[in-house]
Design a binder for this molecule. Structure first.
Ligand SMILES: Nc1ncnc2c1ncn2[C@@H]1O[C@H](COP(=O)(O)OP(=O)(O)O)[C@@H](O)[C@H]1O
Ligand SMILES: [Mg+2]
Length: 460
């Protein structure tokens, strides 16, 4: 095996390809290597001679391997290949994109490579009740959900907006013995206290102006099923006491009513922030927290499972293809790179929005980086010019988020509705975040605050 150091100086083409597609190879229609970037040789752990037959190079002599098959068939492909290098077994993810000009035959191929940690098995794709992943932490979470779904313990899902909390709640329901019963979801942040109370517990006729008949609340409607309390940290203190009583007595008393009604409901709740901190700050009752978080479940943000991006992109593109005029056959490696470099404050929901945007603004069968929303591309520029900030020591280091929120507000000309859309969060979530981050202070001050904390964090 030849040493990598024999590779030639990076050429102009090498630099351009490395930037656009990462470590990559260009093949001709006969699948012979016509160009290889230095990064690709490093990943493969060997010198790749021009003219080499790519399937034999990548897959050994076993041409029945999926990559070889797809290449021969002219289909886009991604797969994980095991490589034996001097450092031991490593795994390389390959995305093969056919290069076609306006519907003509295949001119060749672009293969882009990625190093993956762990074993090939770890990167296998899994679909769990609507959640796609190939990430190990996510798969562990699925197994935990399966295990705890069977008993009746309350589950608390913690995760950023758009990371799949509601899907996890639905999965708990679907894996439980209650699966044939109702699943009800209520967003506790969306309603003022009195409305929330009547939505949760119902009300009797005459309880307040406009209460013309007895109306069951979510607890009654979820009887024999599961109730999902989204943004549970937002339940006002005065309602927390009532909620606790319901969980302890398994009965509810509707607003204006006297007689408790028995309810049999399993609670799954969700929060984007730490309930413990809210308890410490006196905003949340400790006894209620312990009732709700018997089984805490942590959903990692999308930026911590970048390996899921190509997979999610493929699934979402399939979905968008099915219901839009445009048909995207290939997502360019440059677009995948840009998507991987972005921080995704709105997680999978924002990724879906970004792809829907790309579908709408671009045309043709190729989804290119240039079709992506500006904030995604801006992320790419930033990551090239600014060294990545160190990982936050604690969740109190909220400044990158403040920056993102400010950027979205700036981009939307101060229109919160549009800014929320850009961030992939609801208007209510954005409004709350603005308050939490202290961004509703006069603009200059808020910006200085964001800049100040950034500087502080960069200091060693
Ligand atoms: N792992 C995933 N695979 C596929 N779709 C996902 C995944 N995670 C989230 N989504 C999608 O992203 C959107 C937001 O998910 P949701 O469960 O509502 O997030 P949250 O409740 O945390 O805000 C939904 O359209 C959901 O289908
Ligand atoms: Mg949600």
């Amino acid at each position: 095996m030849k040493r990598v150091s024999e590779a030639p100086e990076p050429s102009l083409l090498d630099a351009a390809l490395a930037l656009a597609a990462g470590p990559s190879l260009v093949l001709d229609p006969a699948l012979r290597v016509r160009f290889v970037t230095r990064g690709a040789e490093e990943l493969l752990g060997e010198h790749v001679p021009l003219g080499a037959h790519a399937p034999s190079l990548l897959c050994g002599e076993k041409t029945e391997r999926p990559v070889a098959e797809a290449l021969v068939a002219g289909l886009p492909v991604h797969a994980t290949l095991a490589r034996q290098t001097s450092a031991g077994a490593t795994f390389v993810r390959v995305r093969g994109t056919p290069l076609v000009v306006a519907g003509k035959s295949v001119l060749g191929w672009l293969l882009s490579l990625d190093a993956v940690g762990g074993s090939a098995e770890d990167t296998e794709e899994e679909l769990f009740h609507g959640l796609w992943t190939q990430d190990l932490a996510m798969k562990r979470l699925f197994r935990l959900v399966e295990r705890v779904a069977a008993d009746e313990s309350s589950v608390l899902v913690r995760g950023e907006t758009g990371s799949g909390k509601e899907l996890v709640a639905r999965a708990v329901h679907a894996c439980s013995a209650r699966r044939s019963g109702p699943f009800r979801a209520i967003n506790c942040a969306a309603l003022p206290a009195n409305l929330l109370e009547s939505e949760l517990f119902g009300h009797v006729r005459g309880a307040f102006t406009g209460a013309v008949r007895d109306t069951p609340g979510h607890f009654q409607l979820a009887h024999k099923g599961t109730l999902f309390l989204d943004e549970v940290a937002e339940v006002p203190l005065e309602l927390q006491a009532k909620l606790l009583r319901v969980l302890e007595t398994h009965t509810i008393t509707p607003v204006g009513g006297r007689d408790p009604i028995p309810v049999d409901v399993r609670i799954v709740s969700a929060t984007h922030r730490s309930l413990r901190n809210d308890v410490a700050a006196g905003r949340f009752r400790a006894d209620l927290m312990y009732r709700l978080r018997v089984i805490p479940v942590f959903l990692p943000p999308l930026r911590e499972r970048l390996g899921d991006i190509p997979l999610l992109v493929d699934r979402i593109v399939e979905e968008l293809n099915a219901r839009s005029r445009r048909r995207v056959e290939r997502v360019s490696p440059g677009a995948i790179q840009a998507l991987r470099a972005y921080e995704w404050p709105g997680n999978v929901r924002e990724l879906r929005n970004a792809l829907a945007y790309a579908f709408a603004v671009g045309d043709g069968s190729d989804l290119l980086a240039s079709h992506l929303p500006p904030e995604v591309l801006e992320g790419v520029e930033e990551s090239r010019t600014v060294p990545p900030p160190p990982a936050p020591a604690s969740e109190s280091a909220a400044n990158p988020e403040a920056k993102r929120v400010l950027r979205a507000l700036e981009r939307s000309g101060g229109n919160r509705e549009r800014a929320a859309k850009l961030l992939g969060m609801s208007r209510i979530t954005l409004w709350r975040r603005i308050k939490e981050l202290g961004l509703d202070a006069p603009r200059g001050a808020a910006e200085r605050a964001a800049a100040g904390t950034t500087l502080e964090r960069r200091r060693p």
